[in-house]
Design a protein around this ligand. Structure first.
Ligand SMILES: [Zn+2]
Length: 343
């Protein structure tokens, strides 16, 4: 039986970003209720630990960490127009970063095959010295950097959130040890993630972006996985895969205009799992990023958890449709693809 760790905690509900803010405590609450209601013996519920300042400083400056810590002393601090704290936000944020580390540790220990960290606040927009886009500390980037410090040399981050993970891209832009791949609505917040953001210096080729216009859905996303992400992932041969699992590209989401369904998330998770099975003994950790429609969030999270627990994969059927995304895939293959041996 495949065992999956679910790392979550009601302490994530304590971060409060504002009365009408879309990134609200109920997001994790519905995920916890969903996971608990499944009653699956293969789910191993784990309590997250807090990340240490030293671990967070793998990706953020000490000065910035101290700035976020100081927000614990005021009822509200505005980092920008949509990124606000409450007194409990710092603790929730270090627990979110630590939750992804707890998930990674559970998978490395071998007690579970894969894990899903149901955390908030999210992380993938957070820059080394700046909070933005509802994010304070870059949970997934910290986990990737932590794995490198453990001695791993190739970590892959798959970011299927609606938005481009500018923070994660930025942190590893010059690194060949982290392959960052992102599907996202484009142009859209935060504005980064063009086809020609490909990395710099020895990191060139290790940032792979698939920007897609509004209205694209399952067949388009799955084509991008089959024709771009999986071939480059196979060439990279990751030793561990992290997923920035945002569900705001769901068709019901109020912040996005993409058309992904629960079946689409399940199929993306299957592809990531297949790549992990081929390259790194199935080691995958997904971490919650965005997703602002509560029903879509719970149903999509459930689809990913079900896929993570599935024993055998059927061969991947090529999804019907998606021809409209092929010009984007082809341009990506011509630009970033030339850094890879995809034969
Ligand atoms: Zn998002």
């Amino acid at each position: 039986m495949i065992k999956t760790a679910v790392v979550t905690d009601r302490r994530y509900l304590k971060h409060f970003a504002g009365r009408v803010h879309p990134e609200r405590p109920e997001r994790v609450e519905v995920m916890i209720e969903m996971a608990e209601s499944l009653g699956r013996p293969d789910l191993d519920f784990c309590t997250p630990r807090e990340a240490t300042v030293e671990e967070i400083s793998l990706c953020h400056t000490r000065e910035y960490i101290a700035t976020v810590e100081r927000t614990s002393h005021v009822d509200r601090y505005d980092f920008d127009a949509d990124t606000h704290t409450s007194r409990d936000s710092y603790r929730s944020a270090i627990l979110a970063a630590g939750g992804v580390l707890t998930a990674v540790e559970a998978v490395l220990d071998g007690g579970v095959q894969n894990a899903f960290a149901l955390v908030r606040p999210p992380g993938h927009h957070a820059l080394p010295n700046r909070a933005m886009g509802f994010c304070f500390f870059n949970n997934v980037a910290i986990a990737a950097a932590w794995l490198l410090r453990k001695g791993l040399e190739r970590v892959m981050v798959v970011d299927w959130d609606l938005h481009h993970g500018n923070g994660t891209q930025d942190i590893f832009y010059g690194s060949r040890n982290v392959l960052y791949v992102s599907t996202h609505q484009y142009p859209h917040y935060p504005g980064t993630g063009s086809l020609y953001d490909m990395g710099v210096g020895e990191g060139i080729g290790y940032t792979v972006n698939a920007p897609m216009p509004a209205g694209f859905g399952d067949p388009d996303y799955l084509r991008v996985f089959d024709e771009l992400i999986l071939p480059i992932g196979r060439a990279f041969k990751p030793e561990f895969i992290l997923v920035s699992a945002g569900f705001d590209c769901h068709f019901r989401d109020p912040l996005g205009a993409m058309e992904v369904t629960e079946a689409g998330f399940e199929q993306m998770a299957r592809r990531v799992k297949l790549l992990a099975a081929e390259t790194c003994a199935g080691r995958v950790v997904a971490a919650l990023e965005g997703g602002y429609d509560l029903e879509a969030l719970a149903n999509s999270g459930k689809a990913v958890l079900e896929e993570f627990g599935r024993e055998a994969d059927e061969p991947l059927a090529h999804p019907p449709g998606g021809a409209r995304v092929m010009p984007i895939v082809e341009r990506a293959l011509q630009s970033v693809g030339r850094y890879w041996d995809l034969s």
